[in-house]
Each structure stands twice: as C-alpha cells, then as structure tokens.
Design a protein around this ligand. Structure first.
Ligand code: ADP
Ligand code: MG
Ligand code: MG
Length: 251
C-alpha cells in the first residue's frame, strides 16, 4: 500500500540533505512505528509524503496504492487516502472547527465520487466521534485549534482522522506533550480506527506510546536512513539502552 523506495530529500532553504535513502513498505492493516533521535528526519519524511513545500526530492519514489504521491498536490494525496496528524497542529483563526471538518469531509467524498453528507448525518457522526475522544461541543464550535491545550489539539487531530477515514495514517509524535490520560484517549482513538484495510505509520521518540498502540513492525531512523527494523521488542531495546547503542552497533 504505502511504498517508499530509496527516498532522498534535500531541504531547499539550507541546501541540506536530510533523507538519505529511505526504504519502507507499510502493508494494509499493519501498524509500523518509526523511532529515532531528534533531528534524524522523521518529521521530514512525514512532510514530504504529505506534500509540504520547501523540500526537494532528489531521488527515489513514494506511492500509495500505486499512486505516485510525489507528483500530486497535498489535497490529491488526501483524496487517495493519506492523512497526516501533525507534531505541532496548526491554529486556524476565523475558521470554525465544525465548518473545517465538514468542508474536509465533503471534499474527500467528492474526490471519491460520493455524495455530500447531509447536515443531519454530519452532525450525528461528528457528535458520536467527538464523544469517543472526549471533545466537547464547545471545542467543535471554536476556531480550529485556537486556544486549545496541547492535549486538545492532539485529540482534534485524531477527530479529523476519524472523520476522514483515511487508508494510510501518519502520526508524527502525536504523543509529545501529552499526559498519561490524554495519551490513553488518543491511543484508544487510534486503536478504534485500526482496520484490515488501513495502514499506520506511527512516529514517536518514546516507547511509551507503543504500549498503547501496539506496532507490528518497528523501524529505527538515524541520520536520514532506516538503520534497523524489527518487531515490538526493538522499541523495548531502545527504551532500555537508548539510541546510541543501536546507532553504534549498525555503524
Ligand atoms: P525529527 O522529526 O526526527 O526530529 P526533522 O525531520 O524535524 O527530524 O529534522 C531533520 C533535520 O533537518 C534536523 O537536522 C533539522 O534541524 C533539519 N530541518 C528540518 N526542517 C528544517 C527547516 N525548516 N530549517 C532548517 N533545518 C531543518
Ligand atoms: Mg524532532
Ligand atoms: Mg519530528
């Protein structure tokens, strides 16, 4: 489903190589985790896949269900089923959360050749999903993420994910800044979306998130490459020994 081959990426602004040959395949129904020290290129990978400006792909490919992601606009990538939950969710003053979600859901449906959702159906659906994530009605009316706490922003990301029903979900350090209760809520939200047709790429610096969202495969990223791949036990190894040992061992 998500297939990344030999991906090389350069940061345009600083003429700096960040990704140096990433290979990764995420199959439907699987949860892959990417762990790695700060600055190893994890966020860059998620940005490049979702189409953020400022990065130049100098080599390699990335496809989702055979669609060439790197050749598409961000909204086209979303339409074929890619979703990115940001490490730092963006505040959008002046745009109501509910309006934002309704517009996104209907754009997604249109791109998939489905009819617009009626107001009544949309309201019913969003109330149901919001309740599961303990997002109150007031937060749905406020501008997107404006004045939300860290935990509220992350829950709002998962609400967007639940509403858009993507095929491939990328979560970039969704656990950062969350207390234990908020992390449990977010993880429960993600686990509820696990499905045999849906893949997940869970990026995290810490092992603790992976106690809640159990990965099938764990990758370690360092200096723009995936240097080691294993099962869930690899995350525990990192927890115990830190990244330095693995980086050294591979070198
Ligand atoms: P991670 O998410 O693993 O912490 P990032 O992808 O954020 O890593 O960063 C990878 C490297 O690229 C780091 O050295 C970081 O400083 C650099 N980098 C990323 N984005 C920018 C930017 N916009 N300007 C300057 N350096 C950047
Ligand atoms: Mg970082
Ligand atoms: Mg990051």
């Amino acid at each position: 489903m998500l297939e990344i081959k030999n991906l090389h990426v350069r940061l345009e602004e600083e003429d700096k190589k960040i990704l140096k040959g990433v290979d990764l395949t995420v199959e439907p129904g699987k949860v892959h985790a990417i762990m790695g020290p700060n600055g190893s290129g994890k966020s860059t990978l998620s940005y490049v896949l979702s189409g953020r400006d400022g990065y130049e792909v100098t080599d390699g490919t990335a496809t989702l269900d055979g669609h060439d992601l790197l050749d598409m606009e961000p909204e086209e990538r979303a339409a074929v089923g890619l979703f990115l939950a940001f490490q730092y969710p963006v505040e959008i003053p002046g745009v109501g959360n509910m309006t934002f979600l309704r517009t996104a859901v209907n754009a997604q449906r249109k791109a998939r050749g489905q009819e617009e959702m009626s107001s009544a159906d949309f309201l019913k659906l969003i109330r149901e999903k919001a309740k599961e994530l303990k997002i109150d009605a007031d937060m749905l009316k406020r501008p997107v993420n404006v004045g939300f706490s860290g935990g509220e922003k992350k829950r709002n990301e998962i609400l967007q994910m639940a509403m858009l029903e993507p095929k491939m979900c990328i979560l970039d350090e969704t656990d950062s800044g969350l207390d234990v209760d908020a992390m449990k809520l977010v993880s429960d939200g993600v686990n509820a979306l696990r499905d045999e047709g849906r893949g997940f790429l869970v990026i995290t610096h810490y092992q603790r998130l992976l106690n809640h969202i159990k990965p099938d495969v764990v990758h370690i990223m360092s200096d723009g490459r995936i240097i080691k791949t294993g099962g869930p036990e690899l995350a525990l190894e990192v927890e115990e020994n830190g990244y330095a040992d693995i980086v050294e061992e591979v070198a």
